[in-house]
Write a protein that binds this ligand. Structure first.
Ligand code: SF4
Length: 519
């Protein structure tokens, strides 16, 4: 096997014996076969105008399936490959790439091709979430074909960079689509304090990103005496009016994905995984894990949607009732000892408060904005992000999104005027909202986004971070700090081009980076 798509790849170069994530070589092989089937199908459709949306959906699901920590189920990946192969045969198409060729060849071309492929995998997750809420966008759909086909076309390095920037722009459209889908379905998020303790009685923990799954679960748990707790990237759900109106949506349990084995080990409750990040479950809680959508693990209970998209969570709910939950309320804290976290500072809240924010900047009450966002992960050097946030000046505001925030979101850093200093803007896809806010601030101050007192400090782990980074670069945003390590799929040339063209910085120490930013 060879896989180097995530930040925890073995030795920082590539997993070759088995995945650090727990992915087995045969699963990696099936993912490569699936990827090649999708590329071949896209190549054969490249010049067709009216591609059936069922084919787009297959490619979106195939790409989403190959994201880190989504599917460990070789059989279902092979079945998906089979469905794509049938489409290819129906078209009379030919295979244009083999798994042996996928991650080989000229180092720089391999790097650029992998960057686009991993970005497409990330965007597929966002497109999938929008699709289940009935939203799709022709440009985004057709770019899945264009992008996958382009992976086997010949391009110069400059042409590759152009493609990556074009893709970054398309991913903004995809994130905008998901933003529209979420806010239309559930309303604009509003600030809310979310408790971290667990009440007595049966409960279910829901993790992943899919708000539609959570909504269906909330509908089905109504009046059943079963509470629901968010975990990981599901935390921002509490800010959405149409989700928080369910009284059984009680609070947030646990922190980010890499702590799940410790956190799920002995809770008297089942856990529903709606998307990544699923770690191979250990024996103590194996029988309490339920997966849905493209998330799969052999022998785990999987809940599929019926032809109308409905998911029957009754087995999960019965399981929660049988386990019974805790006898008494359990007081829990975040990683820094805090007992509540806040979320819901979405795009609209920030824009509604723009006059107050602008006044605070003009008066000097706010000296700087830091967007400290992205994925969390297991590597110890990720403590950088906690230390960075702790060391930011008292008159600065920390905007955050995605699961990296669990390292600091329970810290009490005080307030500036009516706002807490840490403002949680949502999930990773809410990078779209953060961009909207930055653009609005730049408009108010009659300057460019790069001239604002704003610095982006990103942490990456999997492929959604790749598409978000490409989107930010496509907007011309410069001086982004990225860590905790350089992606293994960036060749030296590609890394140097990115650093030179976009002034991207690889994180060093919080002290040094803060000094550079603020001097
Ligand atoms: Fe290794 Fe990451 Fe690939 Fe898993 S997803 S096999 S950890 S590079």
């Amino acid at each position: 096997m060879f896989c180097f798509q995530c930040q925890q790849t073995a030795m920082g170069t590539g997993c070759t014996i088995s995945g650090v994530c727990g992915k087995k070589p045969e699963t990696a092989q099936e993912q490569d076969i699936l990827t090649c089937e999708m590329i071949s199908l896209a190549k054969n459709l490249q010049h067709k105008d009216d591609v059936d949306i069922s084919i787009i959906d297959l490619i979106v699901d195939g790409l989403f399936t190959t994201i880190t920590n989504v599917s460990f189920d070789s059989d279902s990946i092979a079945a998906l490959s089979g469905r794509i192969r049938v489409k290819l045969e129906e078209l009379g198409g030919e295979h244009v790439i083999t798994p042996d060729e996928l991650f080989h060849g000229d180092e720089d071309i391999r790097s650029l091709r992998s960057t686009l492929l991993f970005g497409l995998r990330g965007m597929a997750a966002y497109a999938h979430h929008a699709r289940v809420l009935g939203r799709r966008n022709e440009k985004v759909d057709s770019w899945f074909i264009k992008g996958m086909a382009a992976l086997v076309d010949e391009h110069s390095v400059d042409e590759w960079l152009g493609l990556l920037m074009e893709f970054g722009g398309i991913n903004i459209e995809c994130m905008a689509l998901l933003d529209e889908a979420n806010t239309t379905a559930y309303g604009d998020p509003a600030p809310v304090q979310v408790p971290l303790d667990i009440e007595a009685g049966p409960f279910i923990v829901v993790t992943g990103h899919d708000l539609h799954d959570l909504k269906m679960l909330l509908e089905q748990t109504e009046g059943k005496g079963v509470n629901v707790y968010t975990h990981g990237e599901m935390l921002p759900a509490h800010g959405y009016p149409e989700l928080k109106r369910y009284p059984q949506l009680k609070g947030n349990f646990g922190t980010a994905w890499q702590n799940q084995r410790k956190e799920f080990e002995d809770i008297p409750a089942p856990v529903l995984f709606t998307t990544n990040c699923l770690m191979p479950p250990i024996g103590s809680y194996k029988d309490r894990v339920y997966t849905t959508s493209v998330v799969k693990f052999p022998e785990m209970t999987h809940i599929d949607a019926d032809e109308k998209g409905y998911k029957d969570f009754s087995a999960l709910i019965e399981h929660a009732i049988k386990l019974g939950g805790y006898k008494e309320r359990r007081e829990l804290t975040g990683l820094n000892g805090g007992t509540v976290v806040t979320t819901g500072f979405g795009r609209q809240t920030a824009l509604d408060n723009a006059p107050t924010i602008i006044d605070a900047v003009k008066s000097g009450a706010i000296s700087h904005f830091f967007l400290v966002g992205g994925c969390d992960g297991a590597k110890p050097e990720r403590s950088y992000y906690t230390e960075f946030v702790k060391q930011t000046p008292e008159d600065s505001v920390i905007l955050t999104l995605a699961c990296g925030k669990y390292r600091f979101n329970d810290l009490d850093l005080g307030t500036i005027g009516p706002f807490p200093r840490i403002l949680d803007m949502g999930q990773c896809n809410d990078a779209f909202g953060a961009v909207q806010v930055a653009v609005a601030l730049a408009g108010a101050f009659e300057c460019g986004v790069n001239d604002l007192p704003l610095t982006l400090v990103l942490s990456w782990y999997e492929q959604k971070a790749v598409c978000v980074l490409l989107s930010l670069l496509s907007l011309g945003i410069k001086d982004i700090y990225v860590g905790p390590s350089i992606p293994a799929f960036f060749s030296e040339t590609v890394l140097n081009v990115i650093i030179e063209k976009f002034d991207v910085h690889i994180i060093s120490t919080p002290e040094e980076d803060l000094k550079n930013i603020l001097d």
